[in-house]
Design a binder for this molecule. Sequence first.
Ligand SMILES: [Zn+2]
Length: 251
Amino acid sequence: MGLIDSHIHLDDVRYQADRTGLLETAKEQGVTDWVVPSVNSDRMQSVIELQGPHVHIALGLHPYWTAEHHESDLDVLADAIENHDVVAVGECGLDYFLPDLNRDKQMTFFDGQIELAKAHDLPLILHVRSAVQAVFERLKAHNYFRAVMHSFSGSVEQAKSIMQKGVYLGFGAAGLNPKARKIQAVIQSIPSSHLMLETDGPDQPFYDQRGQRMLPQHLTRVCDGIAQLKGLKSSDLAASNSHNCKQLFGL
Ligand SMILES: [Zn+2]
């Protein structure tokens, strides 16, 4: 196994026209495996269809689509998890950044998915925006910490206490923005034993590629940039990332 992308939305329509070619290009550059989370019930099927030896899927209901989630979606999700070989529940979590997302409803769906993960002994892929403490409190309430907080944007102190519970933290292009001092401080402070690499493609492009798609092949630049921030060799960071992904997702 080469470089593993711990978070990419390969089912996104923005990849529809050239997905196969993009994955070929990524492979040529050493990116060999992808963890693909679903975001809502409509896109569960599109994620399931992508599953393969190197495309590992997770199923979940993302807080961004809270208004569209139906209560019955949790049952649909439970059924799908039982009938498919998934590596995680997600992406799920809390988004307190966008003011229009109903927080009570978000919480209902998040709690439901934590319980699902627990019941199926699966890790969680967490979306956390302006809600690091709130998400951590929910994990504590359920006493369940098999998880990765993707695109982590909390503080060094928060990172430390979350990590101490065994939760992994994911980082992508945002950490390479020279202005992102807070994220960089976290990247530099945490051990690579708890750090995962991601593109979050097609979203979250590099600061110097705004408006463009984040592509699967760009994980190499994420790995190089984060390794440089940590004073590590890229190959060592790639290896610890692979180890972490195997540990959490059982790849
Ligand atoms: Zn995502």
